[in-house]
Structures are given as structure tokens and as C-alpha cells.
Design a protein around this ligand. Structure first.
Ligand SMILES: NC(=O)C1=CN([C@@H]2O[C@H](COP(=O)(O)OP(=O)(O)OC[C@H]3O[C@@H](n4cnc5c(N)ncnc54)[C@H](O)[C@@H]3O)[C@@H](O)[C@H]2O)[C@@H](O)CC1
Ligand SMILES: [K+]
Length: 510
């Protein structure tokens, strides 16, 4: 699903008005009307006290349209105009005129804290104070209203975007309305998926307000949301007349004393994501561990006998190499890693300590083959690209890094974002149970296994991130969040593949 930028959303509005030859107020009527239906379907006339807080722009106008529809359908509604500016938008004024025709209870105007109403926990709050137009911190008294809403613990439905959240920047130290649900128009917004802003949202749903299909189909967006539909299209079906050679040979260079579990997990995941052959490269001490825990995997070991990998030498010709889980960053391993990069021509997936060694010696980055996949968690990412001031700058820096080194960055987080060639692929699968040791090692194995099978590296990164999260989503039905372990994620990888074609598409939500 495309994630439109602010300019693209305004352009989609214009394109719709032109294509349908309608004034902009019709679109507001439509958006507010659909939002009303959403509420009406859920309340079914229940006597809930609804408090609608409206700004003075078009988001506020939407609120007035919702208020009018609710009044017409007999709901108990109190409407407030949050007067943060005298510059009312034209359609806001149109909506106000229409509302005044239907009720004698005109909206109350709030101009300061003294005007605030009480909000009871059992009220339904509809937040229409700011939409995507917010571009700077709201006035202090308006932020106090956001706080009042948040402290009320009332069910809060934010229209389009929670007030106080900007669509294209993080406004520092600013209060944001905490939305129980965000009902967002036409497409989800990138801010919903970034940790600094996404934390204000419990749940979101898209409301199709019928914006111009031609525009939506043809517009190229920087960001895309990856759900089941997108993942299905990336899946490569297995062929009947195939053999293990068809699905490639993966080599995983991983493990050191006390960290052989990382090697085991990544190798298992690589097998379970469909690689034809998997070879583990590790320390000599790792041999019995690997051979007993995964008999399907072949093992090649360092000729040295130490606790860490000191040399990377093998005489097989893998299609892809995954490197990093549990390696450690011992001096001798660093040297071996550097020597390996100097001669290696095979596609790479790099994780964990491989990333740490790259961060410590950035010159090594120039040795990476084109389209290498790097899978940093936030701390590893920071070591690679430097500090960022906010999540939007993080993405810009990740984009510049990926362009500089021609690599695919898999920025792991609650919503993992794959960054490549100026595009962001935002993953929707996964859950907080995955915040457990070893789940990153599993991802490395999955991505390596997919590249082995012939998925191009970008597809492997996007599709693999989805499958990895989906396996965990299925697994928690059995384990709960707390009981989820990395090994269990591996066990559910097969289910995640099956699930691509078994269940109807549900709206991805976070
Ligand atoms: N295609 C769509 O998505 C549609 C969007 N509509 C609504 O229109 C909204 C956007 O409306 P607007 O562009 O009028 O913007 P908003 O209603 O979000 O904000 C109103 C205005 O406040 C000003 N402003 C920004 N930050 C401020 C601050 N900190 N303090 C004081 N003033 C500030 C800006 O000039 C802004 O235009 C959307 O979020 C949506 O709710 C609908 O009405 C119609 C269809
Ligand atoms: K809002």
C-alpha cells in the first residue's frame, strides 16, 4: 500500500476535485460523512456522550461535518471549536454554516484553559483539532487540551492523524493526542510507523474516501507499506521439477565461544526459509554443537582451535553468505573479516558483529559487494550512520548511507523499514514478543536463505522481514508475547509461508 506524503495528499484532493468536477467542500462532506458512518456503525445509537474538538482548518471542518451527522441521527453531541487562530479555512466556515442549520446548540469556542470542559472516562472524544496541516508546535494552552484528553482516559478517535503529530517531522517536546484509534483518510501516514510518533497510536484504520484512482494508481511514493498482499506478490512458488540445487547453497559464518546459539539459530532459520543447502562456518569448538543440533546443515570450521574465528577459508562456492551472528569482535576475528572482504565476490547478508566491525573500520564498507544486505538494530544503525535528531532524519541518513555504499539497509524496529534507492518499505508484521535474544539471528538466516533461492536482495529483504514477523505473529497465539523465543520463530516460519495464501487479507494494524 502506498504511503503518500503531505504534498501528495493535497495533490490527490485537487486531482479528485478536478476529475469529478466537485468543489472541495464536497470532499469534506464525503470524508466527514464516512467518518460519521464509522462511528454510527459501532455505536448503533447508544447514549454515549460524544465530545468533538474541532480546529479551525479542514480537519476541524471534518469534525463539524461529523457533528452535524451525529446530531441529525439523534446522538448526544457537544462540539467545541479550539480557537488557536482566527484564520478559519473556507470549508471550515461552510461546515459551520451547515451545522448551524441543523442545531441550535452551536459549538462552544475554547480560547484558553479556563474554557476547557470536563471529559469523563466514559465519553467518546473525537479529535479534529489538527490534521496533516500541523507544521509547528501548537500553542501551550492547546497542548494542555491534548493533555486533558490524554488524562481523561476516554476512548479517543483521532480523525486523519492525532492532533499534535506532524506528518513529515517530529515536533520536539510537544504533547500529542494519544489515540485509541486513528481513522485516517485514504492512506496511512509514515509517522504512524516511526517509534517517536507511532507510540501515540494504539490502532489505526484507513477510511477510503474515494480519492481519484488515476492519481493514486500513478503516483510514485517514497514509502510503501508491506502487508500480506504485497508479500504474496513477492513469493516465488517452488517448481515441481526442482532439486536442492535449484534453491541454492547458503553459507553462514557465525558463532564464537559462548555464542554458538546465534549460529544454530541463523542456520536453522536459513534452512527453514527454503535454502537448498546450508553450510555453517564456525570455530572448531562449534562443530559438535552444530552437528548435533542441526544434522541437515554441513559444517566447515576454522583450522585454528581458538574461541573465535581467526580465519575465513573454505573451498565451497556458495550463492550467498550470511555473516555476523555471535561472531564477537575479537582482534583476530576482525582481521579474518577484513581478509575475507578483500577477496569475497559472493552476495552478502551482514548482521550483528559484522556490522559492528564495519562501524569500527568504515573503510571496509567500500569492500562490500553491490546490493549487500545490512540488518542493523537501532544501536547498530547509529554506529553505522551516526546520531540522528529524529526518526525522519534517521531515514534520510539511512537513505544517504544506502546510496553511498549501494547496499540495502534493513532498519530493524517495531516496524522494520527497508531502505534502498531512496525508497522506504515499511513492514507491518511482527509484535513485541520479538524483543528477545536471537530473533535478529533468525532474520539473518531467513534473508540469507531467500537470496540463496534466487530472490533478488531487495525482495529478499522486504519479503523476509515480513515472513519473519508473520512467523512470530502466528507463534504468539501459542506462546503469548512473553513466551516467544527466537527458536519458536524458526519453528513457525513454515506456517508464515502457508499463511500467505490461506487467510483473507486483514487490514494491517499497529
Ligand atoms: N484527502 C484528504 O485526506 C482530505 C482531508 N481533509 C482534511 O483536511 C485536513 C488538512 O486540513 P488543513 O490543511 O486545513 O490543516 P489542519 O486542519 O490540519 O490545520 C489547520 C491549519 O493550522 C495551521 N497551523 C499549523 N500548525 C499550527 C500551529 N502549531 N498553530 C496554529 N496553527 C497551525 C496551518 O495553517 C493549517 O493549515 C486533513 O488532515 C483532513 O482532516 C478533508 O477535509 C478532505 C479530504
Ligand atoms: K486530528
Amino acid at each position: 500500500m502506498k504511503i503518500l506524503s503531505k504534498d501528495q495528499i493535497y495533490a490527490a484532493d485537487k486531482a479528485t476535485e478536478q476529475a469529478e468536477a466537485i468543489p472541495s467542500f464536497n470532499l469534506m462532506e464525503r470524508a466527514g460523512g464516512y467518518a460519521f458512518q464509522y462511528i454510527h456503525q459501532r455505536l448503533q445509537g447508544q447514549p454515549v456522550q460524544i465530545k468533538i474538538f474541532c480546529g479551525i482548518g479542514n480537519n476541524g471542518g471534518d469534525g463539524l461535518v461529523i457533528a452535524r451527522n451525529l446530531v441529525e441521527n439523534g446522538y448526544s453531541v457537544k462540539t467545541y471549536i479550539v480557537n488557536y487562530s482566527e484564520n478559519r479555512s473556507e470549508d471550515f466556515l461552510n461546515a459551520l454554516e451547515e451545522l448551524k442549520k441543523k442545531t441550535t446548540k452551536w459549538p462552544e469556542v475554547l480560547k484558553s484553559v479556563a474554557d476547557f470542559p470536563e471529559i469523563a472516562p466514559e465519553d467518546l472524544v473525537v479529535d479534529c483539532i489538527f490534521g496533516i496541516g500541523l507544521n509547528r508546535p501548537a500553542a501551550v494552552w492547546v497542548q494542555q487540551l491534548f493533555r486533558l484528553i490524554n488524562e481523561s482516559s476516554a476512548y479517543t478517535l483521532a480523525i486523519d492523524i492525532p492532533s499534535g503529530m506532524a506528518i513529515d517531522q517530529i515536533i520536539p517536546d510537544s504533547e500529542v493526542v494519544r489515540a485509541t484509534v486513528v481513522l485516517t483518510f485514504q492512506t496511512p501516514k509514515l509517522a504512524f510507523f516511526l517509534p517517536q510518533s507511532g507510540k501515540y497510536i494504539n490502532n489505526w484504520e484507513v477510511l477510503d474516501i474515494g480519492l481519484d484512482r488515476n492519481y493514486l494508481n500513478s503516483v510514485k511514493t517514497k514509502a510503501q507499506l508491506i502487508g500480506k498482499t504485497e508479500a504474496q506478490q513477492m513469493y516465488r512458488p517452488r517448481q515441481k521439477f526442482s532439486h536442492k540445487g535449484t534453491y541454492g547453497h547458503a553459507l553462514l559464518i557465525a558463532g564464537s565461544y559462548g555464542k554458538m546459539g546465534a549460529a544454530v539459530l541463523s542456520n536453522k532459520a536459513c534452512l527453514s526459509s527454503g535454502a537448498g543447502l546450508v553450510t555453517a562456518y564456525s570455530t572448531r569448538q562449534g562443530l559438535p554443537i552444530l552437528q548435533t543440533s542441526i544434522p541437515e546443515v554441513m559444517v566447515v570450521t576454522d583450522r585454528h582451535t581458538g574461541d573465535f574465528i581467526e580465519e575465513i577459508q573454505f573451498d565451497i562456492e556458495p550463492d550467498v553468505i550470511g555473516i555476523g551472528p555471535g561472531l564477537g569482535t575479537h582482534k583476530s576475528t576482525q582481521k579474518a573479516f577484513e581478509e575475507f572482504l578483500k577477496v569475497n565476490k559472493t552476495p552478502l547478508v551482514l548482521d550483528a558483529d559484522a556490522l559492528n566491525m564495519l562501524s569500527e573500520n568504515k573503510a571496509l564498507l567500500d569492500l562490500l559487494p553491490k546490493y549487500s544486505i545490512l540488518t542493523p538494530h537501532p544501536k547498530e544503525l547509529e554506529r553505522l550512520i551516526g546520531e540522528w535528531k529524529d526518526d525522519f532524519e534517521k531515514l534520510e541518513k539511512a537513505e544517504a548511507f544506502s546510496a553511498k555504499y549501494d547496499c540495502i539497509l534493513v532498519c530493524k524496529d517495531a516496524h522494520t523499514i527497508v531502505v534502498f534507492e531512496g525508497n522506504y518499505y515499511v513492514n507491518t508484521s511482527g509484535n513485541p514478543g520479538m524483543a528477545t535474544g536471537g530473533s535478529g539471528d533468525v532474520l539473518t538466516g531467513v534473508l540469507t536463505g531467500l537470496v540463496a533461492q534466487g530472490y533478488d536482495p531487495l525482495t529478499a529483504a522486504i519479503f523476509g522481514s515480513f515472513i519473519h514477523g508473520r512467523a512470530a505473529d502466528i507463534a504468539i497465539n501459542h506462546t503469548g508475547y512473553e513466551g516467544l523465543t527466537a527458536g519458536v520463530i524458526v519453528e513457525f516460519l513454515g506456517q508464515a509461508f502457508l499463511d500467505l495464501f490461506h487467510e483473507p487479507e486483514k487490514q494491517p494494524q499497529k
